[in-house]
Design a binder for this molecule. Structure first.
Ligand SMILES: [Cu+2]
Length: 68
C-alpha cells in the first residue's frame, strides 16, 4: 500500500468532505481516504498496482472539486 496527500480545492463543509472521501473510496484499489477540511487535503491509502493518481484526480473533479 502507498499513501499520498492530495491538495483539494473547493471543499467548504462536511458535505464536501464526505463527497470527496466517497469519490476516492469508490475507486478500486483505494483502501482509505480521509479529508482534512481545514488543511484542504485528502490523505489516500491505495494499492499502486490498481489505481493511479490520475484516476484519483478524475474522481475528485467528477465530484465537483479540484485536485491541485
Ligand atoms: Cu460543502
Amino acid at each position: 500500500m502507498a499513501e499520498v496527500t492530495l491538495h483539494v480545492e473547493g471543499m467548504s463543509c462536511n458535505h464536501c468532505k464526505m463527497s470527496v472521501e466517497k469519490a476516492l473510496k469508490g475507486l478500486p484499489g483505494v483502501a482509505a481516504a480521509t479529508v482534512d477540511l481545514a488543511a484542504k487535503t485528502a490523505r489516500v491509502t491505495y494499492d499502486p498496482a490498481q489505481v493511479h493518481l490520475d484516476a484519483m484526480k478524475k474522481a475528485v473533479s467528477d465530484a465537483g472539486y479540484e485536485v491541485k
